[in-house]
Design a protein around this ligand. Structure first.
Ligand code: F6R
Length: 268
């Protein structure tokens, strides 16, 4: 796991945008794994800026989102489809037909929908770069604590904490779903690269558990310790509980030197 600590959230977003741009510019049919939530909004802003100002094109990109609420109308402003349209898809030249979310209506069988989503990812060639946020309880996607570390796309019941954390996004009289379809931890682990963004003090404990805690279903993000290419990018607040900050900063400098000497090597 490579841990990179930046001064602020702005620099985290800039670094993430750099990763996405490099993939999109250099691979013929890049496949992105995308996340919703507050953290990646600044990344999507930067990608839209790069599209408008530098001609970064998403024409050949396919995307797979981590999760979507169960039985939600895609047109509902609370759906993750709406979130992605509003924050990214409607502002760049991506072909919406190539953008996927793990949807499931009440008429559909969630087990079949999960299998179909896994197959669609395989058919697209697998995810090259998965963008992740992290929940205050260590969840990735909607894989809440005790999720199987090898799980695949499926329906999950959200924990009270996640419902509470997300309630800020719902009006008092608005129905807040308590189930969601989510990629599994195993699905995320199959991505070639994983880029986890975390900002703010409220993520500091989860980040510490993920990076230095035991590999445990109680902290789903700790599974990334077993990923060959997991990059964790943090602002100072999210890194505040890590003991070995000096080492991560030193290792990052060394990596930059290696990159300068030998060039960036991403095996997509
Ligand atoms: C979003 C997702 C979640 C979020 C996590 C952090 O698609 O799957 O795991 O990444 O809850 O959310 P924010 O960024 O709002 O703190």
């Amino acid at each position: 796991m490579q841990v990179i600590i930046f001064d602020d959230a702005e620099q985290v977003a800039e670094h993430a945008a750099q990763w996405v741009s490099e993939l999109v510019e250099n691979k013929t049919n890049p496949v992105l794994g995308l996340a919703t939530g507050s953290t990646p909004i600044s990344l999507y802003k930067k990608l839209v800026e790069r599209h408008n100002e530098q001609g970064l094109s998403f024409k050949n990109v396919s995307s797979f989102n981590l999760d979507e609420y169960h039985n939600i109308d895609p047109a509902n402003p609370q759906s993750y489809r709406s979130f992605m349209n509003d924050n990214l898809f409607s502002h760049v030249d991506i072909d919406v037909a190539n953008t996927h979310l793990p949807t499931c209506t009440s008429e559909q069988n969630p087990r079949e929908q999960g299998l179909n989503y896994e197959q669609a990812i395989k058919d697209a060639g697998g995810i090259d770069l998965q963008i992740l946020g992290i929940g205050a309880n260590g969840h990735i996607g909607f894989n809440e604590p005790t999720s199987s570390l090898v799980s695949k796309t499926r329906i999950k019941t959200l924990t009270e904490q996640t419902i509470k954390d997300n309630s800020r996004l719902f009006k008092a009289d608005e129905h807040q779903p308590d189930m969601a379809m989510t990629m599994g931890i195993g699905t995320i682990m199959d991505s070639r690269y994983v880029l986890l963004m975390a900002t703010g003090e409220n993520k500091a404990d989860a980040v510490n558990d993920m990076v230095t805690g035991a590999l445990s279903a109680m902290c789903p993000a700790s599974a990334l310790q077993m990923h060959e290419n997991a990059i964790v990018i943090l602002d100072k607040a999210a890194a505040s509980k890590l003991e070995d900050k000096g080492y991560y900063q030193w290792a990052d400098k060394q990596n930059n030197k290696l990159n300068q000497q030998y060039g960036l090597y991403h095996n997509y």
